[in-house]
Write a protein that binds this ligand. Structure first.
Ligand SMILES: *[C@@H]1O[C@H](CO)[C@@H](O)[C@H](O)[C@H]1NC(C)=O
Ligand SMILES: *[C@@H]1O[C@H](CO)[C@@H](O)[C@H](O)[C@H]1NC(C)=O
Length: 261
């Protein structure tokens, strides 16, 4: 049924397109930019209120969202089509659509989702109308983190797409794979998998370095720059510092007793 909708849509689009070129070619206004991060959820804004004028009470309008690579989402009445690579991640609220809001909700963003998205509507007895264009930019995550020796490192995976984690030590010239999705090894070193996180228990000084979470294409979903401080050393340094300031305050008091009065 969905395939049928898709095919019917394509053919009607092709034959209608020649007719509508003259009046309804895509306007040249620049697209809206939407920025988000990989793994996040994003709404691509869309409003077709002004297109309703063509037919004030449109009978099951047919909404289409697509990128230059192909169809992303289509909706007509109860029927839906979700494009390749978008299955289970795209949605337009039908009740909002009836009111003029055709915004596309896109979940679990991937780098491959970055594109120019265009929306169109076909109302019965009318031609295909361009609604709007949105350019989606997908960014990676970057952090700096500082931990004391013995504390746990919690690495966010951000997306179910996270496939590999690599680590490059502070002085190392190469990175090593420290975690792999679907690995048969249940315990992968000191790493424990949680809900979209990995926990490295009891970090040591030599755990300082760069951790990268990679997607199946090898692109960095996130980069974490970790610095581990010696637990005991840092503590004694802090102690020494407070003792020094105490001594300084005391000597100030003795040498200049008037500062108090
Ligand atoms: C859509 O645009 C119309 C005007 O064309 C405006 O009145 C309405 O509030 C807009 N809807 C949304 C959800 O932005
Ligand atoms: C890197 O090497 C320096 C000097 O050899 C050493 O002091 C430092 O602790 C090393 N860092 C790590 C993270 O191993």
């Amino acid at each position: 049924m969905h395939r049928g909708l898709y095919r019917r849509g394509r053919s009607s689009v092709q034959c209608l397109f020649l007719l509508c070129l003259a009046d309804f070619s895509a306007p040249s206004s620049p697209p809206l930019y939407v920025f988000s991060h990989v793994g996040h959820e994003v709404t691509l804004p869309c409003n077709w209120t002004s297109r309703m004028v063509v037919s004030p009470r449109p009978q099951s309008p047919y909404l289409q969202w697509h990128t230059p690579k192909g169809s992303v989402f289509e909706m007509k009445g109860e029927a839906r089509y979700e494009g390749r690579g978008y299955k289970g991640r795209v949605q337009v609220a039908p009740w909002r659509f009836e009111g003029g809001d055709c915004s596309l909700l896109l979940r679990e963003l991937r780098f491959s989702d970055a594109a120019l998205y265009e929306s169109f509507v076909i109302v019965e007895g009318s031609m295909r109308l361009f609604i709007g264009a949105v350019r989606l930019v997908v960014r990676d995550h970057k952090y700096r983190q500082q931990l004391r020796e013995g504390e746990p490192l919690v690495l966010k995976l951000h997306t179910p797409q996270a496939a590999t984690v690599i680590f490059q030590g502070g002085n190392a010239t190469e990175s090593e794979v420290i975690w792999q999705k679907n690995s048969r090894d249940r315990s992968q070193g000191r790493l424990t998998k949680g809900d979209r996180i990995l926990t490295l228990s009891g970090v040591r000084l030599e755990d300082s370095g760069i951790y990268k979470v990679l997607d199946p294409q090898g692109l960095a979903v996130s980069t974490v720059n970790l610095k581990v401080e010696g637990g005991r050393e840092a503590h004694s340094r802090a102690c020494r510092a407070s003792i020094t300031s105490l001594v300084m305050a005391a000597s100030l008091l003795f040498s200049h007793p008037h500062v108090l009065f």
